[in-house]
Design a protein around this ligand. Structure first.
Ligand code: COA
Length: 338
C-alpha cells in the first residue's frame, strides 16, 4: 500500500465547510484521511508506489509482470487509462494494461479478472492495482459536505501468481451489478450523455457539432461534482454486503464463523458494523481502518488487506473474505485461503 504523507483531519475539514469532528465520527467512523500532494502525486504515481512494494514482496521484478489491471474512478487522464502509465514508468515489457471502472468494487472486479487469467494459465504474474486521488474531484464546500468528508486518497496493489497447492489462494470471486440506481452515486459530467438519462441537468448549448462534452453552464451549476444519495447507498449496502459474502461462503461450504478475517471495502464504519452484526461475526473477525484513511474507493480493499497483513492479522491458512459495494451499484466478494 501507499498513502500520501499529508494527513487531513476532520478538524481540517471544518475550515472549508460547516461540519464537525463529532458529526463525521458519529456517522462514518472517520477521524482523518490522507490527501495527495496536489501537483506531485497522481492516481498513477501512487499506484506505482504500491505496485513497486507488491512486486518486491512477490519476489519478482517489474519485467516479470505479464499483465496490468488498474482500478480507479479518478484516473490521471479521462483517457488513456492509468495502466499504461504504470507500464511506462516501471519500464515493463509491452504487456497488456487494462483499466477497470467499477468504483468501490473496482479492486474486486480487477482481482477477479486477474484470477481468471491465472486460472486459465495465460499469465503467471498479474499486477492488480487500486488507486484514487479523490481530493482533486471533491468539492470543499458545505453544499457537498455529505460526500467530501467521506473520501480519501491512496493506493494498494497485489501480484497474483499460480499455485499447485490444493485449496489455497483465491477460492472464488462473485461479481454483481444493478444499474437501476446508477445515478444515485455518480459524477455525470463531463460525459456524452447529453442529459439523455437525467433531464434535470444544465441545458446543452445549440452548437451543431462537437465541443458538447462539458459546458460553462455545467460548471457554474456544479454539475461536474460527485453526487450521492447517502441514505439510499447505506440501505442497499447493508443488504448486498452480507448477501455477497454468504454467496462466497456457500460456494465453498463455509459458515460465517469459519471466516478468519473479513476485509470489507471501507465505505463507512457504520456499514461494516451492520454487516458484522447481520453475519454474527466477532470483532476480531472484521478489519476496519476507515478511521485512518477514509473511504479510498478502489484502493480501500487492497489498503485494508495490506494494513491487516502488516499488523500480523493475516496468517498462512487463514480464510480471508474480501467484499465491496459501491456506485453502479456494483458489488463483489472474494474468498481466499491465505
Ligand atoms: C453520507 C452519510 C454519512 C450521511 O448520513 P445520514 O444520516 O444519511 O445523513 P443525511 O444525508 O440524511 O443528512 C442528515 C443531515 O446531516 C447533514 N449533513 C450531511 N453531511 C454533513 C456533514 N459532513 N456535516 C454535518 N452535517 C452534515 C445534512 O445536511 C442533513 O441535515 P438536515 O437534516 O438539516 O437536512 C450516510 O448517508 C452514509 O454513510 N451513507 C453511505 C455512504 C457511503 O458509504 N458511500 C460510499 C459508498 S461506497
Amino acid at each position: 500500500m501507499y498513502v500520501p504523507s499529508n494527513v487531513f483531519t476532520n478538524e481540517d475539514m471544518t475550515k472549508y465547510m460547516e461540519t464537525s469532528d463529532a458529526w463525521i465520527q458519529e456517522r462514518t467512523g472517520i477521524k482523518e484521511r490522507r490527501f495527495a500532494h496536489r501537483t506531485q502525486e497522481t492516481t498513477a504515481t501512487m499506484g506505482i508506489e504500491a505496485a513497486k512494494i507488491a512486486i518486491a514482496r512477490a519476489g519478482i521484478t517489474a519485467q516479470d509482470v505479464d499483465f496490468i489491471i488498474f482500478a480507479t474512478l479518478s484516473p490521471d487522464y479521462y483517457f488513456p487509462g492509468c495502466g499504461v502509465l504504470v507500464q511506462r514508468e516501471l519500464k515493463m515489457k509491452e504487456v497488456g494494461a487494462l483499466d477497470v471502472r467499477n468504483q468501490c468494487s473496482g479492486f474486486l472486479y480487477a482481482l477477479s479478472v486477474g484470477d481468471q487469467f491465472i486460472r486459465s494459465g495465460m499469465y503467471k504474474n498479474v499486477l492488480v492495482i487500486g488507486s484514487e486521488k479523490q481530493s482533486f474531484v471533491l468539492d470543499f464546500n458545505t453544499r457537498s459536505r455529505n460526500i467530501s468528508v467521506i473520501f480519501g486518497d491512496g493506493a494498494g496493489a497485489v501480484v497474483l501468481q499460480p499455485t499447485d497447492a490444493e485449496n489455497r489462494g483465491i477460492l472464488s470471486t462473485h461479481l454483481h451489478s444493478d444499474g437501476n440506481d446508477a445515478e444515485l452515486l455518480a459524477v455525470y459530467n463531463p460525459g456524452s450523455h447529453a442529459n439523455f438519462w437525467k433531464k434535470d441537468l444544465a441545458d446543452y448549448d445549440d452548437a451543431e457539432m462537437g465541443a458538447m462534452y462539458e459546458s460553462h453552464d455545467m460548471i457554474d451549476k456544479g454539475q461536474n461534482l460527485p453526487v450521492m444519495d447517502g441514505p439510499a447507498v447505506f440501505k442497499k449496502a447493508v443488504v448486498k454486503f452480507p448477501e455477497v459474502i454468504k454467496e462466497a461462503l456457500n460456494k465453498n461450504n463455509y459458515q460465517p464463523s469459519d471466516i478468519s478475517l473479513l476485509i470489507p471495502h471501507q465505505a463507512n464504519l457504520r456499514i461494516s458494523q451492520f454487516v458484522q452484526q447481520k453475519l454474527g461475526l466477532k470483532d476480531e473477525q472484521v478489519f476496519n481502518n476507515i478511521q485512518k484513511y477514509g473511504n479510498t474507493t478502489a484502493a480501500s480493499v487492497p489498503i485494508a488487506l495490506c494494513d491487516a497483513w502488516q499488523q500480523g492479522k493475516i496468517k498462512e491458512g487463514d480464510l480471508i473474505c474480501l467484499a465491496a459495494f459501491g456506485s453502479g451499484f456494483t458489488w463483489a466478494s472474494a474468498l481466499m485461503k491465505w
